[in-house]
Design a protein around this ligand. Structure first.
Ligand SMILES: *Cc1c(COP(=O)(O)O)cnc(C)c1O
Length: 344
């Protein structure tokens, strides 16, 4: 295979270190891992192998296709979007994956199909997916083999009364079902404190270097380091412009480098004139418009760089989110298929 001119350097130690930190912070609760969207774009197979090796036992994906892509690993996978009619054959045949039932209809479908162990999502105030607490109280789940009863926090990254309200509504369901475990907290939920952890936590973004809670900033390590290869460098004379629509004009003769990275790779146009790359500790600011496959960098500080050299794109999730206006989730899940993904 031809090596791609752009790559993600993926720090496996940082991934495992983040999980261990979140597991420790979850106290006596078990700590799982959300690996939907192909492990938030890193590659779910590789993420699951590493976290399973570190002791993680519960994995969460969105769809059955995502679950089947992990089937050979033999780990327990919960499918957050539940079970549609189209999913039933795969769901009934799945070895270690089970649905998270979200609606009355999904519960009925799973019962009638003779499905085995399942999880159930209860809506405690987000009004996204999940059955109503009243339906639980009315016996909807009686007789079902429920492994984990879960709910999801709408505003875990904010200090708002809805968090405590959701926690109380969820806690009130303890003992009302045969569920073996209860689970409420995502990454930010873990930071809300021990009474949000219940029996199992479900971090996603923080595993991959996202910082949703200031209290975690010092412990969460960056995992994903995008790098791009220099295709050309040129001296742009003072007064000439660079890129589409000529949005940047050289104030003086300027050394400019063109790297193989663009918005088709998830490096969106909001980085035009705002993004940053690094050659070692030398800053290389993005100049002009980000194109589909190319981005121009001010190479003034790096006269030693030549065609074929690699630069590292500044992609610390919290800072890059602040600079770009994109969320940390968008930043990481948007990194495209053209990157080689290299674990170290
Ligand atoms: C995505 C997801 C998570 C993980 O959320 P993060 O904010 O990435 O930690 C946990 N639970 C559910 C139901 C999810 O959809």
């Amino acid at each position: 295979m031809i090596p791609a001119p752009l790559r993600l350097r993926l720090d496996g130690d940082a991934l495992v270190s983040n999980w261990r930190f979140l597991a420790a912070t979850s106290g006596p609760a078990a700590c799982g891992a959300a690996v939907k969207a192909d492990g938030y774009g890193l590659g779910a197979q590789q993420v699951v192998r590493r976290l399973a090796g570190a002791g993680c036992r519960d994995f969460f994906v969105a769809t059955w296709r995502e679950a089947l892509a992990l089937a050979d690993l033999g780990v327990a996978v919960s499918v957050l979007h539940g079970v549609r009619e189209e999913d039933l054959p795969a769901a009934l045949a799945a070895g270690s994956a089970r649905p998270v039932l979200n609606t009355v209809q999904q519960v009925r479908r799973w019962r009638e199909a003779g499905g085995g162990a399942c999880d159930v999502m209860v809506d405690t105030g987000m009004n996204r997916l999940g059955i109503r607490p009243e339906d639980v109280a009315a016996g909807l789940l009686d007789g079902l083999t429920v492994e984990t009863l879960m709910s999801h926090l709408a505003c875990a990254d904010e200090d708002v009364p809805l968090n405590a309200l959701q926690r109380e509504r969820f806690a009130a369901l303890a003992g009302r079902t045969a569920a073996k475990r209860m689970s409420l907290a995502n990454s930010a939920g873990i930071a809300l404190g021990a009474d949000y952890a219940f029996d199992l936590t479900r971090p996603g973004i923080a595993l991959y270097g996202g910082v949703q809670a200031a209290a975690f900033a010092a412990q969460i390590r960056q995992v994903v380091f995008p790098q791009a290869q220099l295709l050309q460098r040129r001296l742009v004379p003072a007064g000439q412009s660079v890129g589409y629509n000529a949005t940047w004009t050289a104030p003086a003769d300027t050394e400019v480098g063109i790297v193989n990275l663009g918005y088709a790779d998830g490096y969106l146009r909001c980085f035009s004139g705002k993004g940053l790359a690094w050659a070692g500790d030398i800053e290389l600011p993005v100049i002009g418009r980000v194109s589909m496959d190319l981005t121009a960098l001010d190479m003034s500080g790096a006269p030693h760089l030549a065609e074929g050299d690699w630069v590292t794109i500044d992609y610390s999730l919290p800072q890059t989110a602040a600079r770009s206006g994109l969320s940390q989730y968008e930043l990481i899940t948007g990194l495209g298929a053209r990157f080689d993904r290299l674990w170290e």
